[in-house]
Design a protein around this ligand. Sequence first.
Ligand SMILES: [Zn+2]
Length: 323
Amino acid sequence: MLLISLFLLIFSLAFSHYPRHVKETLKNIDRGIYGVFGTYEQVSSKNRGFISNAYFVITKDDVVVFDALSSYKLGKELLESIRSITKKPIKYVVISHYHTDHFYGLKAFKDAGAIVIAHPWSYQYLSSEESQNMLKARRQLLSKHMEGTELIRPDITTSESLTIHTGGESFEIHHWCRAHTNGDIVMYIPSRRILFAGDLVFGGRVPFLGSGNSKTWIDCLDRIMQIKPLLLLPGHGPYLKGEEAIQKQVLWTRQYIQDIRSVVKKLYEQGLNIQEVRDKANEEMLRINPEYAQVGAFFDVNPVNAYYIYFEIEREMLETPQN
Ligand SMILES: [Zn+2]
């Protein structure tokens, strides 16, 4: 008997890891606010690309969605998850940034009549060869899981702020600064201090700094510290409740960015070339804080971040007037 239960336990641990439907992860986070939570790892056919989170808010009249997951199928599953709770129309889908795992599911919501809101950077991204190459690579990697996926452009863009008033709720949409990408959008419900943060705040994992701006990312994090959210809903990993838990995570992200910037700057000033900076990045970071060794993806992502930050530091040095 014991053996059988042990076997069942191992079996369920091994297979329950990857949800077969997005709905299996559906959580009611707060009044009218729900989330689905992808596995916190790289895209693979095992996880079907379900590696990010998406959220939705049910108002008196309709539904506002934040992020659309990483394929048409997953977007449809998100829509089915919403439909299991409410039949109200999906009015808006706000996209935090045009990285594959946040907008590839949009087609499902366009078909349902939703209006898509994002930053204008999305246009630039969708017109680039990079976005086509990425789509091709993702189709190769995920094959049947990618069926029906199309690149959908937003209907409304903002590079500053706008407020949506719908169903008795107000949603602020902000582009505060270039951070994780050049077009990060957050959504904020000021009356309840709830922040949908996209990929601005990371916990337990090294953030990717290769497609935005690390210097202004720090400003964005300061902005979050100023508004003191009570609930923070990130693009990856578990959501955070309470000022203290949120501040801790925001400060951790801020510290990591500051540390990698100071390491690269120091090595740059010592005259090391980009390859040498990349090779020394882990060792130098661990000298500042040995605990980085325990952080997910540190050994793989940190050198890549150092590589990109080298260009940023170089540009900053050239832009700063020398006295
Ligand atoms: Zn991202």
